[in-house]
Ligand binder design. Structure first.
Ligand code: G1P
Length: 280
């Protein structure tokens, strides 16, 4: 079955990015010349998704404004060089329907994803965390692996001392996930394979989210719901992604991403020269 729907949870406060995120959503933080969430939406679009549901919250209105037309602005830059800066965004607006639903109380990622229940109905769907960028396109790779009605979670090895920042999975010799744990200590962690923020889920997940008690941080964790699903015999496979993952929820990774994307851009050579001078 072709997967056409994506869900982008974007309701978190972004406390690790304060003060930048005091009055602007963390998903609108720029990485070089685009807000993070535009990279995420482009990733979904380029993977063949044409229907996106963004889970937002009270302080997230800028996201809706970003994915909307702005006739006065369009008129003011008409026939100028600046028009091309909006080309990709406008191509997406033409081809993808973007919907929004608000998570009224922040009760965790599982609860945020549960807000997509009515929207995705009985179809498989992908979840892309709104503050994670992948390169090359992890969602495209993930979708190409779907064989039947299983769930697939993208994972990547992380240094052992970082396991407590992630959902950690235990994978068997056939690539199936046997167990998973949200942000375990080094001692508890079943491995160092971390959930990176891309999930291919089946609609049964909603039944398991309903049965998931509050976990880490007193929040409903999607990791716990998937774990429950595995315990009930559902097949969940791991997709080991070998590309780059940028978690824009923390400052070091954000700066690194900004520098890398700037160097990869048309301005790359100029920026490299400026940086050389800065460093010597
Ligand atoms: C979330 C998930 C976690 C995953 C991580 C990837 O945590 O709960 O399992 O490993 O995203 O970035 P968060 O970073 O939102 O606390």
């Amino acid at each position: 079955m072709k997967v056409t729907k994506a869900v982008i949870p974007a309701a978190g406060f972004g406390t690790r990015m304060l003060p930048i995120t005091k009055a602007q959503p963390k998903e609108m933080v720029p990485v070089f010349d685009k807000p993070v969430i535009q990279y995420v939406v482009e990733e979904a679009y380029e993977a063949g998704i044409d229907d996106i549901l963004i889970i937002t919250g009270r302080h997230k209105r800028a996201i809706e404004d970003h994915f909307d037309r702005f006739p006065e602005l369009e008129d003011s830059i008409k026939n100028s060089e600046k028009e091309k800066e909006l080309e990709k965004l406008y191509e997406i607006l033409e081809n993808v329907t973007i919907h929004y639903v608000r998570q009224k109380i922040p009760r965790g990622l599982g609860d945020a994803i549960y807000h997509a229940k009515k929207h995705v109905d009985d179809e498989p769907f992908v979840v892309l965390l709104g503050d994670v960028i992948t390169f090359p396109n992890c969602t495209k790779e993930l979708l190409s692996l779907l064989l039947g009605n299983e769930c697939i979670i993208s994972v990547q090895e992380v240094p052992r001392e970082m396991v407590s920042r992630y959902g950690i999975v235990e994978i068997d010799e056939n690539g199936r996930i046997k167990d998973m744990m949200e942000k375990p200590s080094i001692e508890e962690a079943p491995s160092n394979f971390a959930i990176l923020g891309r999930y291919l889920l089946q609609p049964e997940i909603f039944d398991f989210i309903e049965k998931t008690p509050a976990g880490k941080g007193e929040e409903i964790q999607i990791t716990d719901s998937i774990k429950l699903m595995i315990a009930n015999g559902k097949e969940v496979r791991a997709h080991t992604f070998t590309g780059k993952v940028y978690d824009i929820g923390n400052k070091i990774s954000w700066i690194k991403a900004t520098i890398e994307f700037a160097l990869r851009s048309e301005m790359g050579n100029i920026i490299k020269e400026k940086m050389k001078k800065l460093l010597c």
